[in-house]
Design a protein around this ligand. Structure first.
Ligand SMILES: *Cc1c(COP(=O)(O)O)cnc(C)c1O
Length: 399
């Protein structure tokens, strides 16, 4: 490759470095709940999506390995499920999910695949997508793909349901539009706040063109009596047309899912490109998902403990007079300023805690923050010590 070709990219990297937005992979060493970062001492990992502590727990892993002596699953599906990749445990996992939710389930390779695949598949030029301003990148990409075949895409202000209703009214009475797809997350990944799903299903009941699409990536396993997510907690499993989620977070595995009507499931199998044209997940991973899914409804103690830790930390944030939008295990400490946030993260690192500093463009300008992700494996003593250290650091950094 000649230098000029490379220079084009090198210059863009320099611009990222100049604006302190250059990303790098870090050398990580995982040790249960702790993590070494670029040769640091092991730090308590407060940046992981392992909300139920399953990924860092060795006993379930050992138990699963024992089961593999009875039945061996391959490390590759070798093709898409529509060709020869549909191993029997894919259907077992879908059946298990369906029996929990009481509606059919379709699996995907990841939550990302789900969002970039479902949205373009179900939309056309008579469809409008109304999405919350803060939805995940995978949803934004799915919307862009849908827009390519003429779908109108509109973002409403974060959690502004009156504004959403105004838009719904407008398109309900627009003869050129046949379908309105309202897309949101239940637990939002940066603010940790939760969408009022009762209100959304109420809206849907009033406006016949509306379909609801809810991404539960951060809620599956964590919320609801059996861990089925906010849809279970709000009692709206049957009102949300597309319940989308991921196995890679609290469920400590890999993959995505959609709970939907059998006609829509059949339709997606026929129309959804990432499902049709990508090799299915390794059957051994599906076996692990099945194994974990058996445990999820039984993990109420973990869910309650996680909720308590989250409430306690939110109170600490309130006491520090900082904004606290969170109602979940994802708790932002919004310090505002970039440098202050980076310093606070570094201070926490020196005290033994791995917390990520999140800055623009990931979050709006002036809203730089520490993003703390709690998990149920943290005990009360550890939490007490952490909140003391955090309070100290936050108060000195905001002076
Ligand atoms: C993580 C995440 C995804 C992507 O799921 P993967 O299985 O990691 O690809 C999608 N949506 C939201 C809201 C997420 O947080």
């Amino acid at each position: 490759m000649n230098d000029q070709l490379l220079n084009f990219y090198a210059e863009q990297l320099s611009a990222l470095k100049a604006s302190h937005n250059h990303r790098q992979l870090q050398r990580l060493k995982h040790q249960g709940q702790r993590i070494g970062v670029n040769d640091s001492k092991p730090l308590l990992n407060l940046a992981s999506n392992d909300y139920l502590g399953i990924a860092s727990q060795t006993s379930l892993y050992e138990e699963f390995l024992e089961l593999l002596h009875e039945q061996r699953w391959p490390f590759s599906a070798s093709s898409s499920r529509l060709l020869t990749g549909n191993f029997e445990n894919f259907e077992r996992l879908e059946t298990k999910m369906a029996s929990l939710f009481g509606r059919p389930c379709l699996l995907f390779n990841s939550g990302y695949h789900a969002n970039i695949g479902i949205l373009p598949a179900i939309c056309d030029d008579k469809t409008v997508i109304l999405a919350d301003k803060l939805v995940h990148a995978s949803i934004i990409d799915g919307m862009q793909l849908a827009a390519k075949h003429g779908t109108k895409t509109i973002r409403y202000q974060h959690q502004n349901l009156p504004q959403l209703e105004g838009l719904i009214q407008k398109y309900q009475s627009d003869n050129g539009i046949c379908r309105i797809i309202v897309v949101t997350e239940s637990i939002f990944s940066m603010d940790g706040d939760i969408t009022n799903l009762s209100h959304l299903s109420h809206l849907k009941a009033q406006y016949p063109k509306v379909m609801l699409y809810v991404d539960e990536a951060h809620a599956i396993g964590v919320r609801g009596g059996r861990g089925l997510g906010c849809v279970e907690e709000y009692g709206v499993i049957n009102q949300v047309d597309f319940i989308v989620g991921a196995f890679g977070k609290a469920l400590a595995s890999v993959g995505g899912y959609c709970i939907c009507h059998p006609i829509l499931r059949d339709y997606l199998i026929n129309k959804m490109r990432p499902l049709i044209f990508s090799t299915a997940l390794p059957p051994i991973n599906i076996a692990w998902s099945c194994f974990i899914l058996e445990q999820i409804p039984l993990m109420n103690q973990r869910r309650k403990h996680l909720m308590k830790l989250s409430d306690d930390l939110s109170k600490v944030v309130h006491l520090a007079k900082l904004p606290c939008p969170s109602a979940s295990q994802i708790i932002p400490i919004i310090l505002g300023d970039n440098t202050r946030t980076l310093n606070a993260a570094a201070d926490l690192g020196r005290q033994g805690y791995h917390v990520l500093a999140v800055r623009p463009p990931t979050v709006p300008k002036g809203q730089s923050r520490l993003r703390i992700c709690l998990n149920s494996a943290i005990n009360d003593d550890t939490m007490t010590k952490f909140t003391q250290v955090l309070t100290q650091i936050v108060s000195s950094e905001s002076k």
